[in-house]
Ligand binder design. Structure first.
Ligand code: SIN
Length: 373
């Protein structure tokens, strides 16, 4: 009896129920790509070069279709929120985008969200979302440094990595992330160091993991408050408080503030020019909350609730900070204390101050937000 005849007998004799049943493929997670514009949607007048392009040109549908590999990892939904170069992004856009994301993430069937964004203001939008999205589902902000029609564009691989991260259960609870150049960066710490590929970095802290061949791999988790743990609720907010950002420089005289300004972030390594000291003394006397940030985002010692020089003013220098007491020349003026930034870029300190001012104008309570977020 030949082998083939035996096999045919076995097949004929086997009842249908004994046949192995096909195992249904697990459904891919649903990820929504929300587009706002930027170089990732940029198109050149002369394709095939690196320069000369219009950001915010391609639609979200075109961007997603240009990366067919996305469908191996997720079921993709798309939404065109804006299509602009990111310097056009306003605080009102942050609020509207965060509201939209909070609403979408309530859907049980949605695993995560990817926001495509211009890289120039990406770090601000990502940090606003980090502070205001009340969910532990992944939200990933992604951009590109080369336009979509450029030679070797980075947008497609960045988008693929962002979608793989947003689709991953490992990304839950990690806060809003920025995925660029195979790196997973916390939105709290990421910054654009330079306008070429590889230019996004978190410096000394804040790189959470990498997107490797097998997908996202995490090594660290943010310790500061975010996501479900955030106190900031923007549901009833359309307009954020006005906060100015001002650099200290030799001969500076301080900012000229409009009547609606509630807060100022002053950027200095330590100390102020004489004219600035007068201006900041006046700002504090008016009850405007003054926050000091270090230019590179380093830690500023002191602050309204932290250690630092006493109320009569104290030693000045990198370890003292000008916050806790009145500025020089202001001894005994009983000014409200000012606030020290804890390892945050000045432009991000401005965002945290805007949100803090939606809850309090007390500098000591504002300091608490800077200590916890
Ligand atoms: C932009 O920020 O919209 C333009 C620059 C970029 O996306 O790299």
């Amino acid at each position: 009896m030949s082998r083939w005849f035996v096999l045919a007998l076995v097949l004929v004799a086997s009842p249908a129920a004994a046949q192995p049943q096909p195992v249904p493929a697990p459904e891919l997670p649903v990820v929504r790509v929300i587009a706002t514009g930027g170089t990732i949607a940029g198109v050149q007048d002369a394709p095939g070069t690196l320069g000369g392009y219009r950001a915010g040109t391609r639609s979200v549908g075109e961007i997603v279709q240009s990366v067919p590999e996305l469908t191996r990892f997720a079921q993709i939904e798309t939404e065109q929120f804006l299509n602009v170069a990111s310097p056009e992004i306003l605080p009102s856009h942050w609020v509207a985008l965060s509201k939209r994301i909070n609403e979408l993430l309530r859907r049980d069937d949605l695993e995560g969200i990817v926001v495509t964004h211009g890289t120039d203001r990406l770090e601000e939008t990502a940090f606003f979302l980090y502070l205001t999205v009340k969910s532990d589902k992944p939200v990933v902000v992604v951009g590109a440094q080369r336009p979509a029609t450029g030679i070797s564009p980075d947008g497609p691989i960045n988008l693929l990595s962002a979608v793989r991260t947003a689709a991953s259960p490992k990304a839950r609870g990690m806060g809003v992330m920025v995925v660029m150049d195979d790196r997973i960066l916390s939105a709290r710490e990421n910054r654009k160091l330079y306008p070429r590929t590889g230019g996004f970095s978190t410096g000394e802290m804040g790189m959470l993991g990498v997107v490797a061949g097998r997908g996202p791999e995490f090594f660290f988790k943010p310790a500061r408050r975010h996501g479900v743990d955030t106190e900031f609720d923007i549901t009833a907010i359309d307009t954020l408080p006005t906060v100015e950002l001002v650099f200290s420089y030799p001969g500076g005289e301080g900012p000229r503030l409009g009547p609606n300004t509630l807060g100022v972030v002053a950027v200095t390594t330590s100390g102020f020019a004489p004219g600035e000291r007068d201006a900041f003394t006046e700002i504090r006397r008016r009850g405007i909350v003054l926050v000091q940030a270090f230019p590179t985002g380093e830690h500023v010692a002191g602050g309204a609730t932290g250690p630092g020089p006493g109320p009569g003013g104290g030693p000045r220098g990198p370890q003292s900070g000008p916050q806790a007491g009145p500025p020089p020349g202001g001894t005994g003026m009983n000014l409200p204390p000012s606030v020290a930034v804890q390892h945050l870029l000045p432009q991000k300190a401005r965002i945290l101050l805007m949100l803090a001012l939606t809850k309090t104008k007390d500098p000591r309570e504002v300091q608490r937000f800077f200590n916890e977020y």
